[in-house]
Design a protein around this ligand. Structure first.
Ligand code: PXP
Length: 258
């Protein structure tokens, strides 16, 4: 059985560095450890306010990442120029608000179809695979397919924030979470039916990942905060390995057994 791919988001290694203005810990170092622990991709979000990842990080990662570099960015002129210059392997367009704590919802593709169409046309010149970070809703999925991107990443935040325990043996979520899980499953199926590759991300951790990993259409997961948090306690490689194991456990368990 093919294991789902893991993209490790190293933004919050940079958050710790920026908290003190030091040169450490270095997200470049973390990315190398993630790759040696089995990560399939390194993901960074270069925010307009540069609160964690800096341009220097993206430049160095472009030179050092041996798997794939996925640059998350808002659809701005500044970011377009950076993507065209640095040519990441993948660009994921995300919504961005200055005052948000983190990305709070998916991109409104339906509401900005024409603007995104023109923007993506220019972004394509970077040669990067293009992905849109969207909520798992039918209209957003259909609009994304219309724009001709290769991949959509479905926002898992609502699922992660739904309250309720998991059954430790079956990994089954309780009813509130199950509703959000079904929404993700329907979204993933719909996107795959539309010919899109499908990823998932946001808020995933070692306890809530398995039911989502059980959805076979999800080929890739981008996970950051929980891995970086766990790495403080157990080390970066161990934290990545644990997540890879959990992804595989979820996939092997299968959705029908939840
Ligand atoms: N995927 C996307 C598109 C994101 O914007 C983020 C957060 O930057 C993540 C994945 C990772 O989310 P988390 O840090 O909650 O794992």
């Amino acid at each position: 059985m093919l294991r789902p791919k893991l993209g490790v988001n190293v933004d919050h290694v940079a958050t710790v560095r920026e908290a003190r203005g030091t040169s450490y810990p270095d997200p470049i170092h973390a990315a190398a450890l993630a790759e040696s622990a089995g990560a399939d991709q390194i993901t960074v979000h270069l925010r307009e306010d540069r609160r964690h990842i800096q341009e220097r990080d993206v430049r160095l990662l472009r030179e050092t990442v041996e798997t794939r570099l996925n640059l998350e960015m808002g659809a701005t002129e500044e970011m377009l120029e950076i993507a065209l210059e640095l040519e990441p392997d993948m660009v994921t367009v995300v919504p961005e608000r200055r005052d948000e704590q983190t990305t709070e919802g998916g991109l409104d593709v339906v509401g900005q179809l024409d603007a995104l169409d023109g923007y993506l046309d220019r972004l394509r010149q970077s040669g990067a695979h293009l992905s849109l970070f969207i909520d798992p809703d039918r209209e957003q999925i259909e609009a994304s397919a219309e724009l001709g991107v290769e991949l959509v990443e479905l926002h898992t935040g609502d699922y992660c924030e739904a309250a309720g325990p998991f059954d430790n043996r079956t990994h089954s979520p309780d009813d509130d979470r199950r509703e959000e899980l079904e929404r993700l499953r329907t979204g993933a199926e719909r996107a795959a039916d539309a010919g899109l590759h499908v990823a998932a991300g946001h808020g995933l951790n070692i306890n809530n990942i398995r039911p989502v990993a059980a959805i076979p259409e999800f080929e890739e997961f981008n996970i950051g905060h929980s891995i970086v948090s766990r790495s403080v306690l157990v080390g970066f490689e161990e934290a990545v390995e644990e997540m890879i194991d959990a992804l595989m456990e979820g996939r092997e368990h299968g959705f029908d057994n939840l």
